[in-house]
Design a protein around this ligand. Structure first.
Ligand SMILES: C[S@@+](CC[C@H](N)C(=O)[O-])C[C@H]1O[C@@H](n2cnc3c(N)ncnc32)[C@H](O)[C@@H]1O
Length: 368
């Protein structure tokens, strides 16, 4: 076991915040908490690297943009940013977080969406929705979905609808991240320490999340700059970033950890989004290294002289030395960061590496 002194020598203290220094409220500030997303990094980490390697006006690229943390922080920093993701729901979320909103139009939308939402039962549009929702909850979600058509900020309300749909599933309260099967009767709830029953309505969540989301986008509206943020729905292995890029800031998926389509299955079903599961990197080890190397090689090709590629990853399989070499990159710095996460199923010690890379002289194998 390492002593605390030995551990502190290895980790980058500037990037390792304690719970008191960086409480949950700050890690999930304004739009970062518009919708749950497993596998995002903290905005303060992006802020730190923007300060080190970006400049206002210089382009930032994130090939694995996820919920849009890089894009949001780049915008607040004053740098234009672009990102891509293979999941249509993640693209929707990143787009909503970086969009511009105006008070009057927001208010008109809220009026157009206001409940009550008719609780008349409707034929479930898909087997998933039939299985995972009580009839009243589904009727309310579908009635809210119908009203979105008449609003200005349709994608924002689609995210609100998805968040309410996540909460209104027939899932156990302590099992919202990975529910395996719908629950229909009472159950012993570890989270609340009592017997709970599954929710039978969605209206209370819709009301709560409309209010919360309006507050969050208004809060970010006061911080955001005019810098452009572009979200591309696509496969990072095949997509060329706009150039020249000053900073690539990204956290790629890792083999076998998170299924990025499945975690938002309720949104894909309700919003009828296109699924591209087969193109998702990290569903297995096969092809993983080649895939990430191909995405990073394209990023490298778009980098301006002096630009950096910053990759955040917990590389327990030691894959990244080879990946960076195949992408034609040279490791400039390897930083270790202590991740403090005290709540939920992912309790415990956790370390993340931050790899800072620059182009190597030789041609990337991934592009040859
Ligand atoms: C670790 S997450 C990124 C999280 C992000 N840094 C954030 O804070 O929200 C990795 C992302 O890579 C995406 N991804 C997986 N395969 C991809 C591919 N072939 N092209 C583009 N994105 C892909 C996943 O959908 C997921 O959103």
């Amino acid at each position: 076991m390492r002593t605390q002194a030995a551990l502190y020598e290895e980790i980058d203290l500037e990037l390792s915040w304690s719970e008191a220094e960086l409480p949950e409220r700050e890690r999930t500030k304004h739009v970062h908490r518009l919708h749950p997303y497993l596998g995002k990094y903290v905005p303060q980490l992006v802020e730190a690297f923007l300060r080190r390697y970006a400049r206002p006006g210089g382009l930032v690229w994130d090939p694995f943009a996820g919920s849009g943390t890089t894009l949001v922080e780049a915008n607040a920093f004053g740098a234009p940013a672009a990102g891509c993701d293979v999941s249509a729901f993640n693209c929707l979320l990143a787009g909503v977080k970086t969009a511009e909103y105006h008070g009057d139009a927001l208010l008109d939308d809220v009026v157009a969406l206001a409940g009550p939402w008719e609780a008349e039962e409707r034929e479930p549009p898909s087997p998933y929705l039939a299985d995972w929702y009580a009839p009243r909850a589904l009727a309310e979600l579908l009635a809210f979905r119908d009203r979105i058509e008449a609003t200005t900020y349709q994608d924002l309300w689609r995210v609100v609808l998805s968040r309410a749909a996540r909460s209104a599933r027939l899932a156990r309260h302590f099992d919202l991240d990975f529910p395996e099967e719908p629950v229909r009767g009472e159950y012993a709830c570890h989270k609340h320490g009592r017997v709970c029953r599954p929710v039978d309505e969605a209206g209370k969540f819709l009301r709560r999340y409309v209010r919360d989301s309006v507050q969050r986008v208004v809060e970010f509206a006061a911080l955001r700059r005019s810098a452009e943020a572009t979200v591309l729905h696509g496969d990072a292995r095949a997509l060329d970033p706009p150039e020249p890029v000053d900073l690539v800031m990204t956290s790629p998926p890792y083999p076998g950890l998170i299924d990025y389509h499945e975690q938002h299955v309720y949104a894909f079903e309700l919003l009828r989004l296109e699924r591209r599961d087969a193109d998702e990197i990290g569903r297995g080890v096969a092809g993983y290294c080649e895939g990430v190397a191909a995405a990073l090689a394209r990023a490298r090709a778009a980098l301006r002289p002096g630009g950096r590629i910053v990759v955040v990853v917990n590389d327990r399989r030691r894959l990244y030395e080879g990946i960076l070499a195949d992408a034609g990159l040279r490791l400039e710095e390897r930083l270790l960061r202590h991740v403090n996460r005290r709540t939920g199923r992912r309790r415990g010690e956790y370390f993340e590496e931050v790899l800072v890379a620059v182009p190597a002289r030789r041609r990337p194998k991934a592009l040859s």
